[in-house]
Design a binder for this molecule. Sequence first.
Ligand code: ATP
Length: 453
Amino acid sequence: MTALSDAQRMEKIVSLCKRRGFIFQSSEIYGGLNGLWDYGPLGVELKRNLKNCWWRVMVHERNDVVGMDGSILMNRAVWKASGHEDTFVDPMIDCRSCKSRLRADQVFEKKGAKQCPICGSKDLTEPRAFNLMFKTHVGATEDEASITYLRPETAQAIFVQFKNVLEVSRKKLPFGIAQIGKAFRNEINPRNFTFRSREFEQMELEYFCRPEQGMELLEYWKDERLKFYGNIGIPRSKLHVLTVPDEERAFYSKGTYDIEYEFPFGRQELEGVAYRTDYDLSQHQKASGKSLEYFDEETKQKFIPHVVEPSAGVDRTVLALICEAYSEDQAPDEKGNMETRIVLRFHPRVAPIKCAVLPLLKNKEPLVAKAKEIVDLLRPHMYIFYDESGAIGRRYRRQDEIGTPFAITVDFETLGEKDPALRDTVTLRDRDSMKQERIRISELTHLLLTRIA
Ligand code: ATP
């Protein structure tokens, strides 16, 4: 078998995503809308599993983090104070020949002149600021006073609720507030499938601390976040930590790392970990006139906390999980001939379906009844898929292709027809090794729960 090129690999991934119901183009029957995607039945499971893993590790397993869920629309004053209204802009260049709008950093010079990367024309405008926020109006009148924006990041809701959350949670520094939610950016060139979308989800933690703890916590959170990716099946060897150079960092940040993943289309950012100093809280305190200070009971000092922010993209991580999981190998078909098998080797923790339950034959009532009993036994603990149609090998392949790590087959031995000692045992097949083991039904729940934990 010849190795796939990166472009071929990406093409196969996009087509599998559609064919098996992970990701569809938004509004597809109307020709779609650029940069917008819908998650199908399997995609939504993968995404929820990822978000649940993040929430468990970042909130439930810690004493120093609480969660919140802010609104998408906020008072316009938030976006003025945060700087987004004035500075959340990309410089853009228009091509007068082909009418493309291009990000200035994607237009390169050739022989001393800037050239359109699409049509090659040199008839380009000067760079102009383009605000990435989607503008909308709240209420019945569409005037200047009713303007606000769809949030371009979830973080600002955390900053403006800092005081409320601090009071109700009675936390002491350092402590964090976590949030998962939608964000919207009118990206100029949405591309690379879901990688750069106009609507996406973020998983953000704002970890508040004393000024002197900032740099140390920046290192701590970078390391914690690298560990997280390892625990969901993205190996350290495919991740890279980019230290964002001084001139590219936001002026208020004292240090920023980008965690990048080797996508088939290149090394690209999955998450930013930034030490944002006290910039955000200070801005909101100034603009709102409300104190956002922290009172230290021990030293009797009042100050604005500093913050370290690990900010990850749900959609980019889902895409990384799919790219990492995609593989092709050789496996025997029904007649023993070798064929190419597509397998999504998801970590069981994030796999959309944990286990398939398959009666060997669909027209043998006792097999079907037993299989359905097993479904009822496992369903309270994990997402199970029941499938009785088609040859067993074909059913295994269908599960391999969507990354189901385990398959249980109910056969005549389960009924005790050949050997009474095997009554109430089933075969448990492993997706990656394709090995099968004989397991007692009474042991299945415990065994599977251990393997998917
Ligand atoms: P980029 O440089 O790729 O535009 P960014 O540095 O502007 O990203 P941040 O503002 O740091 O991104 O946002 C934090 C995270 O949100 C990113 O690491 C990414 O995972 C996710 N994200 C940002 N923009 C998009 C987008 N257009 N589509 C999907 N995810 C995004």
